[in-house]
Design a protein around this ligand. Sequence first.
Ligand SMILES: NC(=O)c1ccc[n+]([C@@H]2O[C@H](COP(=O)([O-])OP(=O)(O)OC[C@H]3O[C@@H](n4cnc5c(N)ncnc54)[C@H](O)[C@@H]3O)[C@@H](O)[C@H]2O)c1
Ligand SMILES: O=P(O)(O)OC[C@@H](O)[C@@H](O)[C@H](O)[C@H](O)CO
Length: 380
Amino acid sequence: MLAVHFGAGNIGRGFIGALLCDAGYHTTFIDVNKEIIDEINEKKQYRVILADQNQEEIVVDNISGINSIEEPQQVADTIARADIVTAAVGPTVLPIIAKNIAEGLLKRVETTTKPINIIACENMVGGSSLLREKILELLPEEKRVLIDEIAGFPNSAVDRIVPNQTNEQLLTVAVEPYYEWAVEKPAFKGEVPKINGGVTYVEDLKPYIERKLYTVNAGHAAAAYLGNMYGYQKIEEAVQDDRVQTIINRALKETGDVLITLYHFDKTEHDHYRNKIIGRFTNPYLSDEVTRVGGRGPIRKLGANDRLIGPARQYVEQFQHAPENLSKVIAAALKYENREDPEAVTLQEMIKEKGYQRTLEEITGLAADHPVITTVLKHL
Ligand SMILES: NC(=O)c1ccc[n+]([C@@H]2O[C@H](COP(=O)([O-])OP(=O)(O)OC[C@H]3O[C@@H](n4cnc5c(N)ncnc54)[C@H](O)[C@@H]3O)[C@@H](O)[C@H]2O)c1
Ligand SMILES: O=P(O)(O)OC[C@@H](O)[C@@H](O)[C@H](O)[C@H](O)CO
């Protein structure tokens, strides 16, 4: 069995690659990072370390790599033969890899109409659907219907904290032991792959992706933006600060109220889920950076359907007033500065030029008098 995985980064190696290896796939990693791809081809294996007191190590082997800048044709040839394609490259890179995948699918249908499934593993709602849309746009009209028939794009929600790595060996990844990968079953074409113990196939992904984004990523974002405001560089340090911890707890109760009302999660179970997640942020065996969690697209992270505005908007729809604590987190996000992060720089330039209110309106798509905007402005 052959898997093609785009993005040999933190989650790609630390989670998806490890699961595919365990399920018996040969995994070909596709990346634009020459150093990583050369190392994959030289070592043909790497280690995943589970970050807890036992420090258990898993060897991921049966792997190869292709540099998509140097060898795009080889990428297409591999997709033509693959059984599954996965991606963890970041939401803004999906339109870029769409070109590689489109070329691979065109090559594939020259010789086979065997179904293939393509799963984006990004922190966003509808990642695989977006990838499908971008791929279809690139296909010649006469091939579009056939490819759309054989290629499935199940959306997914991926959860495992994998910080930036500082190991001596380039490919080694330290990850938290916890993981969850929920994938939308009805969207598969052909057989659903057997990834035992790894994937939870669900009929409707929406409750899972929203629960994940609005709890794990909202809580994480709160730690990052409030932590940054109080001068912390590490997530685990920020979360120990009572001022930060109190707001995280309260903000996640607000997102929990939204999720429980919308999706009828059991309240006790959700309380347990929330506490477990906050505990994951303080794992003493992992060190995570505020710049990783809050940066890498702070404008995108303030988008209408993302981790903060998504639940805040839905809170207003359900309870007719704004969530105070989530609003404090959004206010802290607007103060996020990092000269090395291009989107953080743009955010501050927008605020300087247009002020907080217009910037918020533009980024979130909410009206100036929306309760979330008026409440956030109160906390700035
Ligand atoms: N790290 C986590 O804890 C975690 C957990 C769940 C989900 N995710 C999601 O997974 C995605 C990747 O996150 P990450 O932390 O692994 O980031 P990362 O930066 O470690 O990895 C991304 C990889 O994609 C590669 N890449 C960039 N452009 C490419 C292209 N055109 N073709 C092929 N590869 C390309 C990069 O070189 C890099 O190796 C993000 O959407 C993130 O939200 C991350
Ligand atoms: O990956 P991002 O940038 O969308 O979000 C940063 C972190 O919150 C995220 O990577 C978490 O570590 C991950 O989503 C945990 O499952």
